[in-house]
Design a protein around this ligand. Structure first.
Ligand code: ADP
Ligand code: ADP
Ligand code: ZN
Length: 208
């Protein structure tokens, strides 16, 4: 079960990836999470990636391709994986092709205004990464994670100017992947405007 979640920032890729990962016991691989972790740890990778991320640009392909190649070589990926936020351009898609085959690409789409509002209201757990929304999916205790009790934070790039830039980056660099994977081949188009459980029910129709 080798899956890709494709879609603009805020469409709900991370939310859906978590559901698939826990139900089907395959790792959720988010390049964004890996890069943010590297920044927190102050590694060389983190130092190189930070300025691109804060400007809403893609981190250079060489860096990201290497992270993913390494991650996919771990034993836990033998039965499959959910890639969230990778590939994000054609170069990455071609690099991936040399490593692992892909069964299904889920394209999650959503109107632009909704994306902006979702990203502005997104909060995530500083420890376990669980995703919340201040209005649609708030934590039980304001500011703290339901699962692990740690503090919720707002991502540095979930600010209006950076959100706009990320949406433009998606249009320019990532959207061509829709044709690359092709609706008549392995790409499945989903309406990400629906509530998360409805989106997930659609996804499950394509999973074993
Ligand atoms: P992405 O990984 O594509 O950037 P996320 O899964 O992080 O998207 O979701 C962005 C924000 O929108 C989060 O605050 C999340 O709680 C919320 N969200 C995700 N899916 C939905 C949905 N189907 N309906 C409403 N809000 C959603
Ligand atoms: P979102 O879920 O909101 O789309 P991500 O967490 O996937 O955001 O990505 C955050 C940032 O990390 C991106 O704006 C980009 O700078 C960087 N990034 C993540 N994945 C990739 C990738 N595959 N290629 C290049 N940059 C990436
Ligand atoms: Zn948590």
């Amino acid at each position: 079960m080798n899956l890709i979640l494709l879609g603009p920032p805020g469409s709900g890729k991370g939310t859906q990836a978590e559901k698939i990962s826990s139900d089907y016991d395959v790792p959720h691989i988010s390049t964004g999470n890996i890069l943010r972790h590297a920044i927190d740890q102050g590694t060389d990778l983190g130092l190189s990636a930070k300025k691109y991320m804060n400007e809403g640009k893609l981190v250079p392909d060489e860096l990201v391709d290497e992270i993913v190649a390494e991650r996919l070589s771990f034993l836990d990926c033998n039965r499959g994986f959910v890639l969230d936020g990778f590939p994000r351009d054609l170069t990455q898609a071609k690099a991936l092709e040399g490593i692992r085959g892909i069964d299904t690409v889920f394209l999650v789409e959503c109107p632009q205004q909704t994306l902006i509002s979702r990203l502005s209201n997104r909060r995530e757990c500083s420890s376990c990464g669980k995703i919340y929304h201040l209005l649609n999916n708030p934590p039980n205790r304001e500011g703290f994670c339901d699962d692990c009790g740690n503090k919720l934070i707002q991502r540095a790039d979930d600010q209006p100017q950076t959100i706009k830039k990320r949406l433009t980056t998606y249009e320019k660099e990532t959207k061509p992947l829709i044709d690359y994977y092709g609706e008549e081949r392995i790409l499945v188009r989903l309406d990400g405007f629906q509530n998360p459980d409805t989106v997930y029910a659609e996804i499950k129709k394509y999973l074993p």
